[in-house]
Design a protein around this ligand. Structure first.
Ligand code: ADP
Length: 212
C-alpha cells in the first residue's frame, strides 16, 4: 500500500506548522487567507496521517516523526465531523410548496424534518417532493409529514463515526444524505448533514493533485 501523498495546500500547512508551531487552526487559516472551516479536512488528514499532532487549547505542531500511516489507515481514521455540512431542517407542518422553496434557497438535495423539540422525525428528498408535485393537489395544502420518510426508518450517523461507515450506509441504502445526530432525552437532535458530495470531497482531499 502506498504512503499518503499530500496536496499543495497540505504541504503549505505543513511548512507553516514546521516554522511556527504550536499554532492554532485559526492562525494557520489567517496565514493562508482561508477560513478555519475550509482547512478542517486538510488538518484532519495531516493529523490522521501522523504529520501533525494537535493538542487542545495549544494548537498544531509538527510531529517530527515519519508518517507511519498508509492511505488505508488514513481513510479509516477520517471522521464524519471533519467533513459534514450544515443541516437544513424544516418543521413537520411546513407545506410541500415551502419545502421545495427551501431546497432551492439553501441549494441542498435533502431536507431533514424536525418536531417542536428540534428532534429528527423525517427526511425529504428531491424525488419525494417531485413525486408530490406530479399530483393535481395544491402543494400549499400538503404538510411535509404526509410525504416524508419517517422515523424509525431513517438512516443516520454520529459525528464521531468513521466516514467509511457513513459512506457504506449511503451506498447500501441507496440514498444521498445522512443526518448527523446527537442523542438527547427528547430524541435525536440534528447537528449535521453528510452527503455524497462530502464523501467526494474527502476522497479528493486524499489526492495530491487537487485544488479545492
Ligand atoms: P432522491 O429521491 O432525490 O434520489 P435519495 O436517493 O436520497 O434522493 O432518496 C430516496 C428515498 O430515500 C426518498 O424517499 C427519501 O425520503 C429516502 N431517504 C433519503 N435519505 C434517507 C435517510 N437518511 N434515511 C432513510 N431514508 C432516506
Amino acid at each position: 500500500m502506498s504512503p499518503i501523498e499530500l496536496n499543495k495546500r497540505q504541504e503549505e500547512i505543513l511548512r507553516i506548522v514546521k516554522g511556527n508551531g504550536p499554532i492554532t487552526g485559526e492562525q494557520i487559516a489567517d496565514r493562508l487567507n482561508l477560513t478555519r472551516a475550509t482547512l478542517r479536512p486538510d488538518l484532519a488528514i495531516l493529523t490522521m496521517a501522523g504529520f501533525l499532532d494537535a493538542r487542545p487549547r495549544v494548537g498544531y505542531f509538527y510531529s517530527g516523526k515519519k508518517p507511519g500511516s498508509d492511505i488505508t489507515d488514513t481513510m479509516n481514521n477520517m471522521k464524519v465531523k471533519d467533513f459534514q455540512s450544515i443541516p437544513i431542517v424544516v418543521r413537520e407542518d411546513v407545506n410541500v410548496y415551502d419545502a421545495i422553496s427551501q431546497m432551492f434557497l439553501d441549494d441542498v438535495g435533502t431536507l431533514f424534518v424536525v418536531d417542536k423539540n428540534a428532534c429528527l422525525t423525517g427526511v425529504l428528498s428531491r424525488k419525494d417532493l417531485l413525486r408530490t408535485s406530479l399530483g393535481k393537489q395544491d402543494l400549499t395544502t400538503i404538510p411535509v409529514h404526509i410525504i416524508m420518510t419517517r422515523m424509525p426508518n431513517i438512516t443516520y450517523c454520529m459525528k464521531n463515526d468513521s466516514l467509511i461507515k457513513a459512506a457504506t450506509r449511503l451506498i447500501n441504502r441507496q440514498i444521498d444524505a445522512l443526518p448527523v445526530v446527537q442523542e438527547h432525552p427528547e430524541g435525536l437532535k440534528v447537528i449535521g448533514r453528510l452527503t455524497k458530495t462530502n464523501i467526494t470531497r474527502a476522497f479528493l482531499s486524499l489526492s495530491e493533485s487537487h485544488e479545492l
